[in-house]
Design a protein around this ligand. Structure first.
Ligand code: AMP
Ligand code: MG
Length: 501
């Protein structure tokens, strides 16, 4: 059965389809028996310039379940390859997702609108092409949390239950997520064409990515090297931002790394409670490849795979030169990451007054290193550790001390920290710190509670309360005291996350 056509235009454009023929397969979503709206992101819809009057709940249910297509949608499944846990798979592609089209948002930025869980495509490789309510709402919640934390990310526009069940370990209610992204172009997209030695396609793709995401480098003599540098810089910034809030992506395969610099593909991701550089929650990450502290190293590894795909475009007759140029750029990742990491940590410590632009000093870096060592030694809750420092800035170190089993180490740290602070009123420092250090993150136990209620009982209330908290992560809500607290150590010790939306 095909989706019906709706006499409605969403002002879709199709630059990917038009400029990159051969990079996708046109394909329609599979209609579902009984769509019912779980969640719609009206703020994002407004940002996208969608006409909310036309988007009645009934229309939203029909379009964003894949049951009906607006007349200007041209659904397609994108081709990509990827290294999964280090092993190259030459063909992955959208096995359960379809790009409907692109919108120019209110600020003129081009955004993809895509369904996820909308049925099989030519890339499904034996999968069912579907998604379950729990993982769909998980991606919705965590991507909204990341956005509120000022971390580049794909967004969630809608979640619609399908009225049919999907078979995973057990039968689960199905759903479709509508994802909005500045694009869905991945390192794996480049790998698809490089693996087939299709240099012309690689060049077209690189030109498209430059035009869409890095227009400032289009006139550079060595524009493909500049593209590599641009992607390296954005990833270095992104990974530092993740790590400064305790985010573990969990499945940093090259097909899950967007060249735009947005976080993409929320599968087995998690936020840490107690600080632990070795933290891993994904049930399939046995070797800890994607552990919290490995993320910068893995990012460089992925970027090296990206660089390899660009080598044929670097225009040097002498291949050694191309490799040397690309390597020199890859080597900038770690120092760039470290600058973002230390400068971000310095901000979170309330130390960056009056020094905007300058990098953290040696003394600040050493204080920051010692702070992380203390957090690890005492297994301190990562979110509250930072947040309670703001209280300490105002002369109330009790909350912070309560996170440590002894107070000597933390008191010594506080003394050094105060020594590095500017002479500003302490309330100013604390206010600034509270605007940088969230009180609410999507705590794993709260996420699981909210998803079980929605998936098992059809009760969206806990999801909505949690969504409301994580959308204002820096503002304490006195009605939600328990939302700021970590799970029990026992919950965290046994917590596992799973792939598959
Ligand atoms: P992911 O783990 O979401 O990054 O997906 C990796 C690859 O598996 C992508 O090519 C997906 O399209 C494909 N895939 C994941 N789940 C399904 C599914 N239920 N049906 C078909 N393809 C899937
Ligand atoms: Mg993926």
């Amino acid at each position: 059965m095909n989706p019906s056509m709706m006499d409605l235009s969403l002002n879709f454009e199709h630059s990917y389809a038009e400029q990159l023929p051969g990079f996708y397969v046109s394909h329609r979503p599979t209609p579902v028996p009984q769509p019912s709206l779980l969640q719609f992101n009206t703020a994002l819809a407004a940002e996208l310039g969608l006409d909310c009057e036309k988007l009645t709940p009934d229309v939203v249910e029909q379009i964003f379940s894949g049951n009906a297509l607006p007349r200007d949608a041209e659904p397609l499944a994108q081709a990509y390859a990827g290294h999964q846990f280090g092993n190259f798979v030459p063909q992955l592609g959208d096995g359960r997702a379809l790009l409907l089209g692109e919108l120019l948002d209110q600020s003129g930025k081009r955004r993809d609108v895509a369904l996820k869980g909308s049925g099989v495509t030519p890339f499904s490789r034996g999968g069912d092409g579907k998604a379950a309510v729990g993982p769909v709402l998980r991606e919705y919640l965590i991507s909204e949390a990341m956005h509120a934390l000022d971390i580049p990310t794909t967004r969630a526009l809608a979640a619609v239950a399908t009225g049919e069940s999907v078979m995973r370990d057990s039968r689960l209610p199905g759903a479709v997520l509508t994802r909005v992204a500045s694009s869905h172009l991945r390192v794996g997209t480049f790998q698809y064409f490089a693996a087939r030695s299709q240099d012309d396609s690689s060049r077209k793709l690189a030109d498209y990515v430059i035009q869409r995401h890095y227009p400032n480098v289009s006139q550079d003599t060595h524009c493909y090297l500049s593209l590599l540098k641009g992607v390296v810089d954005r990833q270095a910034d992104l990974i530092a931002r993740w790590m400064l809030v305790g985010f573990i992506h969990g499945v940093m395969n090259t097909d899950n790394m967007a060249v735009s610099g947005e976080t993409i593909d929320y599968g087995p991701c998690a936020f840490m409670d107690a600080y632990d550089p070795n933290a891993v929650f994904s049930s399939i990450d046995h070797a800890g490849r994607y552990a919290f502290g490995n993320q910068p190293t893995v990012a460089v590894w992925n970027l090296a795979r990206f660089a390899e795909t660009l080598l044929p475009l670097l225009g040097n007759e002498n291949d050694e030169q191309a490799v040397a140029d690309a390597t020199a750029i890859l080597e900038t990742f770690m120092p760039t990451f470290q600058n973002h990491w230390y400068n971000g940590a310095r901000n979170k410590l309330g130390l960056a007054h009056g020094e905007t632009g300058a990098n953290a000093s040696e003394a600040e870096r050493s204080l920051i290193d010692d702070w992380f060592e203390l957090l690890a030694k005492y297994k301190v809750d990562y979110t509250l550790g930072w947040r309670y420092l703001a209280d300490a800035a105002e002369g109330n170190p009790c909350n912070l001390r309560s996170l440590f089993t002894t107070s000597t180490d933390v008191d010594n740290f506080l003394e050094r920290w105060r020594g590095l602070q500017d002479d500003l009123p302490s309330s100013n420092v604390a206010t600034k710190m509270r605007a940088t250090n969230p009180i609410y993150i999507p705590r794993n136990h709260l996420v699981e509670e909210a998803l079980s209620a929605a998936s098992d009982d059809g009760n969206l209330k806990p999801f909505e309360i949690l969504l409301q908290a994580i959308r204002r992560p820096f503002t304490e809500d006195p009605t939600l005291p328990q939302y700021a607290l970590p799970a029990s150590a026992e919950f965290t010790a046994n917590y596992r996350t799973f792939c598959g939306t």
